[in-house]
Design a protein around this ligand. Structure first.
Ligand code: ACO
Length: 428
């Protein structure tokens, strides 16, 4: 027998049987609940989508209470241990791990698209010397839409595949150009014989040497960080990607919007905010006073808490372990002791325990990025590179989902009723 939910409307005494599928009722099934036939019908009120599934997805699974994260069914721990970012991106985008042959083809095709059009680099040169790299990144990704007008053909699978290659290939180049611009150094050319991450390091850090030597520990660490950030189901930026894509905008415009959503300090800007917070705290001795201020509502402990994880973020666990490997190469980040002390105190404190606030992915990632030589304002850009894979996969899934339409939430209007226009001279 099909599962249903019985709703009794006390206003009319009527009963309604609402079908349950996948443990969910359809919000539009509530519209039949009305007192008079000309009414719009019952809606749900769900600011910030706290309890609304906006899509069905096969990409990423999270169990926030148990701290589980799976990409296409594969545990994040196994991918971080055994995969690399390009392979994980393939998995996220196409649903299966590639065969050795498909992996080689995929890597070759991605690396073929790493160069940026000269006019795009000219455009980037126009930014102010102190422009925030994330602002440059967002604008430049948006500008890609003017370089590839064929991307508007969103219902062609071939076109979507080409834009996917371009985006996965070009976001590291754009990110590196943002960095080079902000430190006043010339842009480097890609070296496509290197790995995806190795080439990114080359674009960022090569100076006068003819061939950049990649440090394998840092290359692997960044690769793992990219795997951990590749997708995270319907978060703020991914929902933005889907929302913009639902109007059939091209993927570059949609991705610029997603990156803009990521920029905020409550989302991908959090790792930047963590570092600023640690610098502001200044020393281990000041940690208890800082925690006290947070508990009094005077600011948040950045890098703590998550809408979905109500236990330790599995990505934070992996990053914390990896930090030691990186610090062996770079030297320890002096802020690490303070971060560990913050975590220790917070995890024992009733305020954080009762609210299930644990370190999230961003609590330790910034310390690693900083030790690797990235300025703090590059952190959200480093998040946007791997998340591009997730954004495109989610966008593609949305376009192929017959249930989807242009996104258009409802509202509860609480403003003024109808009133007559008053000319300026007669207004008080
Ligand atoms: N520090 C102190 N208190 C916090 C924190 C925090 N970091 N996060 C949540 N709380 C408290 C809230 O004040 C609230 O307390 P109350 O019930 O007494 O009012 C309670 O915990 C629940 O918080 P909400 O804001 O309702 O939780 P929500 O799910 O809306 O927020 C969020 C999630 C935005 C991540 C929040 O935990 C936060 O602001 N964290 C800091 C920013 C951060 O690290 N963001 C990165 C998230 S991961 C990512 O996007 C990649």
């Amino acid at each position: 027998m099909a599962e249903t939910l019985t709703i009794t409307d006390n206003r009319t005494g009527k009963q309604y049987e609402v079908p349950i599928h996948d443990g969910t009722i359809k919000a539009t099934d509530l519209r039949q609940i009305k007192v008079t036939p000309d009414e719009f019908g019952m809606m749900t009120y769900d600011p910030a989508f706290m309890n609304t599934a906006a899509c069905k997805s096969r990409i990423t699974y999270i169990d926030g209470d148990k701290g589980v994260l799976l990409y296409r069914g594969y545990p994040i721990e196994q991918l971080a241990e055994q995969s690399d970012f390009l392979e994980t991106a393939y998995l996220i985008l196409f649903g299966e791990l590639p065969s050795a042959k498909h992996y080689d083809e995929w890597k070759r095709n991605v690396m073929l698209h790493t160069m940026l059009h000269t006019n795009l680099s000219k455009l980037m040169e126009g930014f102010r010397h102190d422009a925030h790299p994330m602002g440059m990144f967002i604008s430049t990704v948006g500008a890609l839409s003017t370089f590839y007008p064929d991307a508007k053909d969103i219902f062609s699978a071939e076109s979507r595949r080409l834009q996917t290659l371009r985006l996965i290939a070009k976001v590291p180049s754009i990110a590196a150009y943002c960095f080079r611009h902000s430190i006043g150094r010339p842009f480097n050319l890609p070296d496509n014989d290197l790995s995806y991450v190795g080439n990114f390091l080359n674009l960022l850090f090569r100076m006068t040497e003819p061939r950049f030597t990649v440090n394998p520990v840092l290359e692997r660490a960044l690769d793992v960080l990219f795997i951990l950030h590749a997708d995270h189901e319907q978060n703020c930026s991914t929902s933005t990607m889907r929302a913009i894509g639902s109007s059939h905008a091209d993927p570059y415009s949609a991705l610029a919007g997603a990156a803009a959503a990521l920029y905020g300090p409550l989302h991908g800007g959090a790792n930047e905010a963590v570092l600023r917070m640690l610098n502001e705290i200044g020393s281990k001795n000041n940690v208890p006073a800082f925690i006290k201020r947070v508990k009094a509502g005077e600011g948040r402990l950045m890098g703590f808490g998550h809408r979905v994880y109500k236990s330790y973020d599995p990505r934070a666990k992996i990053i914390k372990r990896m930090a030691d490997l990186v610090f062996d190469v770079t030297g320890k980040n002096p802020l690490l002791d303070m971060a560990l002390e913050l975590e220790r105190i917070a995890l024992e404190d009733e305020y954080f325990v009762s609210r299930k606030l644990y370190p999230n992915v961003d609590f330790y990632s910034g310390l690693i990025y900083q030790a690797m030589g990235f300025p703090v304002d590059m952190f959200p850009v480093l998040f946007a590179i791997p998340r591009t894979a997730g954004w495109i996969a989610q966008w593609d899934e949305m376009l192929n989902d017959a249930d989807q339409k242009i996104v258009r939430p409802r509202q509860i209007y609480i403003g003024s009723g109808p009133r007559d226009y008053v000319p300026k001279e007669k207004r008080r």
